[in-house]
Write a protein that binds this ligand. Structure first.
Ligand SMILES: CC(C)(COP(=O)(O)OP(=O)(O)OC[C@H]1O[C@@H](n2cnc3c(N)ncnc32)[C@H](O)[C@@H]1OP(=O)(O)O)[C@@H](O)C(=O)NCCC(=O)NCCS
Length: 70
């Protein structure tokens, strides 16, 4: 999955709410760690700010086939 909020509704706290609910669900299922396997594109400041605020940290870097840094 990739968290997505429709353009007109971004920046109003919905992404944060979605991620908090997802993390809570994982916790209830007994999961203790969560990995954002697909990463985030390096220029996606909003997504990176959201993930950091929720406690995620960067585990590494990789490039997509066309060279975009993640
Ligand atoms: C990424 C996405 C899910 C975030 O959802 P959102 O509803 O826009 O985000 P929120 O309003 O919950 O804000 C999340 C945080 O980003 C911060 N933020 C908002 N706009 C920002 C910007 N332009 N630059 C940096 N940080 C920003 C907010 O301050 C907030 O932090 P806070 O909770 O500490 O105040 C949404 O923007 C989206 O769907 N983007 C397109 C798809 C995408 O990129 N998905 C992620 C793929 S990795």
């Amino acid at each position: 999955m990739a968290p997505s909020v429709a353009d007109a509704y971004q920046g109003q706290g919905l992404g944060r709410l979605l991620m908090e609910r997802t993390i809570e669900l994982a916790r209830r299922l007994g999961r203790r760690r969560m990995l954002l396997l697909g990463g985030a594109q390096a220029d996606n400041a909003r997504a990176i700010a959201l993930y950091r605020r929720l406690g995620f940290t960067a585990a590494g870097r990789f490039e997509q086939p066309r060279g975009a840094p993640n």
